[in-house]
Design a protein around this ligand. Structure first.
Ligand code: NAP
Length: 415
């Protein structure tokens, strides 16, 4: 418990940004003291319970968790106040003060957190970008200041008889700058109000095109969106945003925020290898990185691309079906199909085990960067495969993993 405080004493209050939070529950699961709670709209932090241990920081897939405000210690924001927010309050509205020649206490604390959370991060990955990644722009557009993009195309990627409808959506930003890097995400807010009469929450989608756009020089980008028709238990649901996006027509206007993400970025230095592990629409950032490399194939930058990709059937592969035409020396593709008739189910972790020597060599190579994206459930299986591969070579996965985190070589984005 925080002790009673004098009126003028300030405290750093940990808050969660409702504009960016995707309500994945990871922070609540990670908090060892149960300081994080939620209602149907917001995830919030109990000031009196939070010990500032940072266990929630690393696993957060969006960075919504990395928010702090200087508040009067005697009057921090209550849970009720936080639950009512659609946006975080500005620091100027929190009774803040400046220290150290103008730098805000919250900024100093956040910098420290960015560094310490690398050591304390869960399997969710580091908060650092690879050393050679380009500098990302983040939060250029917020819900209070969104950009309207125009739909330039909406292409069904999955086969006509596939059980799911996955779309390749191209958004055009016209003359509005919207710089993104491979691995970043954007937010889309569906129009209208939810059942409580409040504006819909934004939904985040990974960018599936490289930094220069789906079509270079056209200021556009691509997304990979699956029409959500059932929840993780297979119960029928209608995904509000996914159905809105999948039904968009050329010329429609879409409210976009972002870009988001400052750590899940591809390395830029020549010789950097990339191991990509994904399921379903988690292939979006892998497509962005692969396209970046494919368009620069003549530069002969070196470094391997190895892909482990899980889908139910070949007809449900977003991308990489056509990319199989790419030379084997450009990309080493390993498909795991889980629902082929008369075949045992195969998952990405099975193929990682089957390629144990290759995977072990890449784990040991400081020039190899690892990216995991897709279903949350896959993470456990992949980590178990890495653990077994290390153990068979006399290595402890936790030690290997911490070293990977500290070098910003291990990046996870699962939902
Ligand atoms: P999906 O079609 O449901 O599944 C893809 C494959 O993963 C299937 O073969 C599935 O096998 C397999 N799988 C299921 N559980 C697994 C496990 N525990 N370990 C390994 N493989 C497993 O995938 P999806 O609906 O496209 O979902 C992809 C996920 O990526 C979603 O959670 C989405 O939110 C997330 N994501 C999307 C984006 C985006 O930009 N759209 C970006 C980042 C992440 P079964 O046959 O057993 O089902």
């Amino acid at each position: 418990m925080n002790a009673p405080a004098a009126q003028n004493e300030l405290a750093r209050q940990h808050l969660i940004d409702p504009e960016i939070c995707i309500r994945c529950n990871t922070c609540e699961e990670m908090c060892p003291v149960h300081a994080i709670t939620h209602d149907s709209r917001n995830y919030v932090v109990n000031f009196d319970v939070c010990k500032g241990c940072n266990a929630c920081m690393g696993p957060c897939p969006t960075g919504a968790i990395e928010n702090f405000r200087n508040v009067p210690k005697a009057k921090p924001y209550t849970l009720e106040e936080q639950l009512s927010w659609s946006v975080l309050p500005d620091q100027a509205d929190c009774g803040n003060m400046e220290v150290d020649g103008g730098k805000d206490v919250a900024d100093v604390s956040t910098e420290v957190l960015r560094i310490t959370s690398v050591a304390t991060a869960g399997q969710g990955g580091p908060v650092l970008a690879p050393w050679s990644a380009a500098h990302p722009y983040v939060n250029l557009y917020t819900n209070a200041n969104p950009v309207m993009a125009t739909v330039a195309g909406n292409l069904r990627l999955t086969a006509g008889d596939a059980s799911c409808d996955i779309r390749h959506i191209v958004l055009n930003f016209g003359t509005t700058p919207f710089p993104v890097l491979e691995g970043q995400s954007i937010g889309i807010t569906p129009p209208g109000l939810d059942a409580n009469g409040k504006p819909h929450l934004l939904r985040m989608y990974s960018v599936a095109s490289p930094r220069e756009g789906e079509r270079p020089g056209y200021n556009n980008l691509a997304l990979t969106v699956k029409r959500v028709t059932e929840d993780h238990e297979g119960n029928p649901v209608t995904g509000v945003c996914s159905n809105y996006v999948c039904d968009l027509k050329k010329g429609d206007q879409v409210q976009v925020t972002g870009p988001y993400g400052a750590s899940y970025l591809m390395p830029n230095h020549p010789g950097a290898s990339i191991m990509m592990i994904c399921t379903g629409t988690g292939s979006a950032p892998m497509r962005a990185m692969t396209e970046r490399r494919r368009r620069r194939i003549d530069q002969k930058e070196g470094g391997e691309l190895v892909l482990f990709f899980g889908a139910r059937t070949p007809g449900e592969l977003p991308y990489f079906g056509p990319l199989q035409e790419l030379p084997k020396e450009f990309i080493d593709i390993n498909f795991a199909f889980s629902r082929l008739p008369d075949q045992p189910r195969q998952y990405v972790q099975d193929l990682i085990r089957a390629r144990a020597d290759k995977v072990a060599a890449m784990l040991a190579d400081d020039n190899c960067f690892i990216y995991i994206c897709g279903l949350k459930g896959m993470e456990t299986g992949v980590i178990e495969a890495f653990t077994d591969i290390c153990r068979a070579r006399g290595l402890d996965w936790n030690t290997v993993w911490l070293a990977l985190l500290n070098k910003a070589r291990f990046h996870v984005e699962t939902y």
